[in-house]
Design a protein around this ligand. Structure first.
Ligand code: SF4
Length: 554
């Protein structure tokens, strides 16, 4: 992390005139079609060493801002570092809430007074929170600036709020925290500088009631340079109630991460989770009925589990719960968690790395095609792990093991089209229908001839036994829970031949979903829109409801 920052700082602040001149020459050659690495190598620096990509991006930005060069997306794409980060179509910005106690007493969960519950100060992804004293504004601003400086488009931002149990924080803090995240997105230009005009406009609302300020920040974001296309929080199943759903929608939340950990009451009790499986079932059904995207965390190797019981446990995920995304977080033995005492008494033994690889390689090919596996291990620095697996490259090891066995995973992540060009006329429309509790889910996707996902939509048709949310926008409505079209995230209006995001796939998927809803007797649709995508749905016939965008008379 530090290295990345230092490098960025050096690139943008310490480029001498000599280096700038050299970078201009290199950029010019690359623009004419020369290979990036070869060009960099053929222009060594006077004192030794070479220019790097972040320096090129810094000079590119400088030249475009000064009017010395026209914007050139193809060139930028070639010199950008780590192109994978934005290939799923949006840029994720992670922010941490302040240290705060959690109502949970889970024995595997680490405690560090400097951090929100369950996070470690040197955990990648959490460090930035500590560095910014958990200030939401500076966390968001610095991340956007950093991504821009290395050439990533940042006009579509998914905000990922991490830290213990979101619902246990005071609501005025939650409201303030989200508002400050939006303020940061609203006040920045594309180039990453504060927009002083916007700043003045925004500062006038700092003194008014917070809820009004949040609504104002939301409205402002609908047309801002950095639009929020997703807002994710993490919480416990026992915090999910109809009242909480309504509150989360007011904040603009679209996706909820929840710790299921196990679907076995005996294991939950042994690990002092403080809720049972029925509670997770109820919470999942409520979130689904309110159109939220659902991410479940699942933990193998909890106290009392065996690789065999974990295999059976994993299979239970696909009855009733059916998460849209999962994070597999194998339990890791840490000295600052209560589980450590069990280990000292000889009552707990972590799996070996090989046992974990075998287990995950066994279960991964069983994951349904509608689910995305976001993680197969948590990124905890190995120095914290007392005993058991220390490898954070488990995903690759599991991949290797599956290749050896001749099996493969068909989850959403493994099938994303990523940067490959797509040919619209070759795409196949697929409607995967599955029951999820009382609802009927349709995972409608456009698939390439080699079975890669170009885009998908999640349509949920509530059944008569689906839970009541008490939200009038949803009365009698079929729900659009997610629309996702892949391709490199491009600035709004930028064209890129063959990129799925701009090929109208989203519109086609919406039309298909509407037809399916109608054929199933629904006369209304509701979409859980992020604040920054409201405009997209308004242009496609949806209207503003209280908490959702809705369409009547299908
Ligand atoms: S609910 Fe989550 S954050 Fe709270 S103690 Fe349990 S694992 Fe840790």
């Amino acid at each position: 992390m530090q290295t990345e920052r230092q490098e960025l700082w050096r690139s943008t602040h310490l480029l001498t005139e000599d280096k700038k001149e050299l970078a201009r020459t290199v950029l010019d050659e690359i623009r004419r079609g020369r290979d990036v690495t070869k060009t960099l190598r053929s222009h060594p620096l006077r004192g030794g060493g070479y220019l790097n990509k972040s320096m090129l991006v810094a000079i590119y930005n400088e030249m475009v801002t000064a009017g010395e060069m026209q914007e050139d997306m193809r060139l930028l794409e070639r010199i950008r570092m780590k192109p994978m980060r934005t290939l799923s179509g949006v840029t994720t910005v992670t922010v941490l809430t302040k240290p705060y106690p959690c109502p949970g007493k889970c024995i595997f969960c680490p405690t560090d007074v400097r951090m929100p519950k369950s996070y470690l100060p040197d955990e990648p992804g959490a460090m930035r929170g500590l560095e910014h004293d958990f200030d939401p504004y500076t966390q968001v601003r610095s991340r956007i600036e950093q991504l821009q400086s290395v050439g990533h488009p940042t006009d579509k931002v998914e905000l990922l709020i991490l830290g213990g149990t979101w619902s246990s924080y005071r609501r005025d803090y939650q409201e303030w925290f989200v508002r400050r995240c939006f303020d940061a997105m609203n006040r920045l230009h594309h180039e990453g500088h504060e927009d002083h005009k916007g700043n003045q406009k925004e500062s006038s609302v700092d003194s008014v009631a917070t809820s009004e300020a949040l609504a104002h920040a939301h409205t402002f974001n609908e047309t801002a340079n950095h639009r929020n296309v997703g807002l994710v929080i993490e919480t416990r199943p026992d915090e999910i109630t109809p009242g909480e759903l309504r509150w989360l929608r007011r904040l603009g939340v679209t996706k909820v991460q929840m710790g299921a950990q196990s679907l076995d009451d005996r294991i939950l009790e042994l690990n002092k989770r403080g809720h049972d499986v029925e509670c997770t079932r109820r919470a999942t059904a409520l979130l689904r009925a309110a159109g939220f995207k659902i991410v479940l965390h699942w933990m193998p190797n909890l106290l009392g589990a065996t690789p065999e019981s974990d295999r059976a446990d994993f299979a239970r995920l696909w009855n009733d719960f059916c998460p849209d995304e999962i994070k597999i977080y194998p339990n890791q033995l840490l000295a600052n968690a209560e589980l450590y005492e069990y280990w000292q008494r000889g009552e707990f033994k972590p799996y070996t790395t090989q046992e974990l690889i075998d287990l995950i390689a066994d279960v991964k090919p069983t994951i349904p095609r509608y689910c995305r596996v976001n993680r197969v291990i948590r990124d905890i620095p190995s120095t914290h792990v007392v005993e058991g697996n220390r490898k954070t490259s488990l995903r690759q090891d599991v991949q290797g093991e599956m290749q050896r066995r001749g099996t493969h995973c068909e989850c959403v992540r493994c099938r994303e089209v990523r940067g490959k060009p797509i040919h619209l006329h070759l795409l196949r429309l697929d409607d995967l229908v599955y029951p999820a509790g009382a609802a009927e889910e349709h995972f409608i996707s456009y698939v390439t001839p080699d079975d890669k996902l170009a885009g998908f939509i999640r349509l949920s048709l509530p059944g008569k036994d689906s839970p009541q949310t008490g939200i009038s926008d949803l009365d009698g409505a079929a729900l659009i829970r997610e629309v996702h079209v892949y391709g490199q995230s491009l600035p709004v209006g930028a064209e890129k031949a063959g990129a799925a995001q701009h090929a109208g796939l989203g519109t086609r998927l919406l039309e298909k979903a509407e037809a399916i809803a109608k054929a199933n007797g629904f006369e209304r649709m509701a979409v859980i829109s992020a604040v920054g995508t409201r405009g997209y749905y308004l242009e496609r016939g949806f209207e503003r409801g209280e908490l959702y965008l809705t369409k009547d008379r299908l």
